[in-house]
Design a protein around this ligand. Sequence first.
Ligand code: ADP
Ligand code: MG
Length: 737
Amino acid sequence: MSQRLTEPLAKVLGARTAGSLKKLELETVGDLLRHYPRRYGEPGQLTRIGELMVGEHVTIMAEVRSATVRTMRNRGGAMLEAMVTDGLDTLQLTFFAKRPGVLRMHEDKLRAGRTGLFTGTVGEYRGRRQLTHPDYLIVGVDAANEDEAVLEASRPIPIYPAAASVPTWRIGRSVRMVLDPLTEADVPDPVPAHLRERHGHGSLLESLRDVHIPDDAAAWRRGQARLRYEEALVLQTALARRRAVREAQSSVARPPKPGGLVEAFDAQLPFVLTGGQVAVGEAIAGDLARDVPMMRLLQGDVGSGKTVVALRAMLQVVDAGGQAALLAPTEVLAAQHLRTVRLLMGALAHGGMLTAATSATRVVLLTGSQGSQARRAALGEAASGAAGIVVGTHALLSDTVQFADLGLVVVDEQHRFGVEQRDALRARGERAPHMLVMTATPIPRTVAMTVFGDLETSTLTEKPGERADTATHVVHADNEAWLTRTWQRIREEVDAGRRAYVVCARIDGDVEEDVPVGDVPTDGTGEEEPAKVPLAAVVEIAEMLRGRPEFAGLRIGVMHGRLSADEKDAAMDRFASGAEPVMVSTTVIEVGVDVPEASVMVILNAEHFGLSQLHQLRGRVGRGSEPGLCLLVSRAPEGTPAYERLNALVATTDGFALAEKDLELRREGDVLGAAQSGGRNSLRLLRVVRDAELIATARADAREVIERDPALADHPALASAIEQWLDPQREDFLERS
Ligand code: ADP
Ligand code: MG
């Protein structure tokens, strides 16, 4: 970055202004210039006042209808009441002061017929919506001279993501102050000249002027288009460079071995692999046979049979003399994977025992909380190579775990997995192990192809076996009769020999667990506080249920993240065996837990969860031959995004359709989850779904650049944009998903 762009704002704007901008995490000239307007007010286009909600922090454009100063009889002091309108509805502005004189200044500005921007939190007084002491800007009035006033009145007014303490026009004024004196030389352009020319884009400086001080709507659109392309190019160049680096790395080739474990495994499988499992299996087998590290994402809805695919890949590596690690996000899941793998492998997992098949290997579990003796034994088998497959959690990645020859790492449900840990694992071996990442949270094709373009992606689209579908209904939390019916349904299922989950958002009254991040609709501008809902808590709900007549004589278990691994295992066993046929749980059970007898799930505060999370949760029931039932207990009012989410879930059980719907329902910018919203090093204008085509263009351009100049030696501005703009964490995030 150039000298000018890294200059602290305090130096350019003074300590006071810089201090308030710091609240928006804007510290340098460059930060401020990259703080783009969120939208533009066109003079004459007024904000729909009728749509404002009480409690919202808003910036609206409206016309002044009247302003009157009154003295207050009972309370003393004076008040100014102004009415502003969008032509349909009115909103009241209220200012209080000890003496009327102070209010004359406002009265003088707020003249009927003038248009202004008003910022404040919408309140309500005697049934009327109002802003109390709003910050405001009357168009044209605060300008330095008449020319500027006229110009200002005809120009789009940039509206910035603002904080209550820094109104948008103060940001705008600061931006103009830093932008005005800049020259082309001060603002190095990450987009290479030949690409600018190819797409008819102007320079970075020009586009910054276009978005911050647009003459007309065409200007800010042009500026945004060019900045959006720039984001796509920087992103894609980062990915292209990673891809090049990875392709230069070497890994041990693990080609399939005739007559080995894979063949023996296939021969004893109690079912026939689906077409999809075979096809994906072949692709993976091909990857493993190469000495370039595999980096493949396997996506498939819950129950699509990913585990078998992963297991066959692991066995191929064992056949080739290597070891495989299977990483699960929780200890519950790791323990379950161990059981599943041992079950599927049968005698093939009895290596070293009398019952072993000839080519058998050993499968061991390594978790953080297992007893020291078991752990020592497992560590020994991993280090000696006796264990062909090691199943575990993060603990697998600690320095104390040694592998004889780690050839493949399978990461299940990786969205819960930190990239640092994966890198740690990868960094241990001399040669990079192959990687297979599995997820049941489908990433829509558009996203997979464009943003995550450097990963190979496989998808299992069919579900094996005859599985009954899960019916889903929304139960209104205030409807006592329906709630009672809900508990009765659980009783009926349990009496028929089945199991029920009751999912809560919390463990107990004051500890939060697993609060969903990605799907909570906030727009990252700091203008909204998420609503505070009292959340149902595991411990209390379990107590409550024990007292209900429907559950008389039933044993009810609890499951949450604060139980020790042993306690969790025991709870899971009691549930699976039917000793405790009702389990009240947090979202710990979200991924992978497989109890075929579980047929009903009640999710409390369902509106609190994201769509993909609800889908994951629901996938825990209806896994056997009996149809599942999922009851979403919610208070979400009709028309809210939360209500829409629940409706979508009722409408379909197709995870991919839901993922598309999720994208549609989320606000722009939420596609990449928390990493995209807010923060300095994030995508600002680019939207992966809307801009799919643009991203594809940028990807081709980026690959061309990297092919000719892999180190970006001739493209310093582009290289530094990658460093500055996509911090390491973020770059990893892109590869991770
Ligand atoms: P995922 O991990 O993708 O959610 P699993 O691998 O747990 O799904 O598979 C779900 C269930 O389907 C398991 O009980 C598994 O044994 C079974 N299964 C997998 N593949 C097949 C198949 N081809 N035919 C029948 N059942 C299968
Ligand atoms: Mg699974």
